[in-house]
Design a protein around this ligand. Structure first.
Ligand code: HEM
Length: 378
């Protein structure tokens, strides 16, 4: 077994008679240690030479503070640099802002989903001028797909929170049962895709209902999306201020989760009334007020209105310690998909088509929303 180093850094094998070491074992160890330097595709990325196969760069600059070590790599080797950790394992240090975005951003996943939806509708429309499409069915599949695509991250987070080993290491009375673990996954799936598909469907409905607003949004998007295959970055999505207004206005008028429920853990006095412990306390977050039903995205640009908005006035993601965990994801998912879709299609109401808002659970349109969809040919 490999367990020590000779003074010159080469590998010594000890504590085992030479005769008992299989040559395949030596070959394997040699392969593991040499692969990163001579065969791995990462070997071409610039980085400092390795002089010690076991400690690798822990024998040199990795002994410094983390910030200093990575600063050294960035200055000497640029925005992407290779270094080696224990047992010669290659690591990549990333400091190029574009690459940082590529690693940390979920936006490409959402844009990809937008492109997928676009391709499906382009196929459906074919050579026709326009096509009547029931939009929510496919949008639901796309948002479920997104959960699947970001699943690796979610799954990691999930495993960290509820991982079987971690769960098993807890005292029995604190462990989650198998059913509880399964229900957490179901909550995550439902919370993560029913909400976004509902919001996206309502946004398209409002844009079809108000063609001027739709044109205005498309004009803003076209300034950034130079061609139909444009793959926007997070900064470009952030730049679209009218899109942000449409996102907020849709959630204001039709919050996908319209009712919040809490139970008081002890008797409370509210406005002079005694509320016994355990009473269901329901908070409706539907918009209220004179102008509440009007779809007017520009209101979000009014500085006076903006200054009055607080967590208790605009609650589509709730507030407090149990608020929505996926708020940021939903924000970029909706805006990415909507920008791709509005860049590529025009939407028009189907005269005489009616639907209802579901009264309980998620505020879905029932039986769905049919719209006329046509391609944007520029
Ligand atoms: C437009 C999209 C979305 C809206 C409007 C929304 C809204 C909400 C609301 C109102 C709550 C309830 C909080 C409370 O009871 O106080 C909630 C909880 C939650 N949301 Fe979202 N959400 C959205 C998207 C997402 C996404 C994309 C994910 C994750 C991928 C997600 C994950 C969760 C989770 C895990 C909870 C906590 C559930 C629980 O503790 O029971 N949500 N969301």
């Amino acid at each position: 077994m490999i367990n020590s180093l000779s003074p010159n850094g080469s590998i010594c094998i000890s504590h085992a008679p030479t005769a008992t070491i299989k040559s395949s074992e030596i070959q394997m160890e040699s392969f593991v240690l040499h692969y990163p330097l001579y065969l791995s595709p990462l070997r071409k990325i610039p980085g400092p030479p390795v002089n010690n196969f076991i400690l690798a760069h822990f024998a040199s600059f990795l002994n410094q503070a983390v910030g200093d070590a990575h600063d050294y790599l960035a200055k000497k080797y640029g925005g992407i640099a290779r270094y080696h950790g224990l047992f010669n394992k290659p690591h990549i240090s990333i400091s190029d802002p574009k690459l940082v975005q590529q690693v940390l951003e979920m936006v490409p996943t959402f844009v990809q989903a937008g492109h997928k939806l676009r391709d499906i509708w382009i196929k459906q429309i074919g050579n026709k001028k326009e096509e009547r499409i029931t939009i929510i069915a496919i949008i639901q599949k796309i948002t479920l797909d997104v959960i699947g695509l970001v699943d690796s991250e979610l799954a990691k987070a999930y495993r960290t929170l509820f991982g079987v080993k971690e769960n098993e290491s807890l005292p029995v009375y604190e462990q989650l049962t198998h059913e509880e673990l399964v229900s957490q996954v179901v909550i995550l799936l439902a919370a993560g895709h029913e909400t976004t598909s509902t919001a996206l469907s309502w946004a398209l409905y409002f844009l079809a209902k108000y063609p001027d607003i739709q044109d205005c949004l498309r004009k803003e998007v076209l300034d950034v999306f130079t061609d139909r295959n444009h793959f926007p970055t997070i900064d470009e999505i952030d730049q679209l201020k009218y899109l942000e207004c449409i996102f907020k206005e849709t959630l204001r008028i039709v919050p996908p989760v319209p009712l919040l429920r809490r139970y008081n853990l002890k008797d409370e006095i509210m406005n002079g009334h005694v509320i016994p412990k355990g009473t269901p306390l329901m908070i409706s977050i539907y918009a209220r007020g004179d102008d509440a039903e009007n779809f007017n995205p520009s209101r979000w640009l009014d500085p006076e209105i903006k200054s009055k908005i607080s967590n208790t006035h605009f609650l589509p993601f709730s507030a407090g310690p149990k608020n929505c965990l996926g708020m940021k994801m939903a924000h970029f998912e909706l805006k990415s998909i909507l920008s791709v879709i509005i860049r590529n299609f025009e939407f028009r109401l189907v005269e005489g088509f009616t639907f209802k808002k579901k009264l309980s659970g998620f505020a879905k349109p029932i039986p769905g929303i049919d719209l006329f969809v046509s391609k944007v040919d520029y």
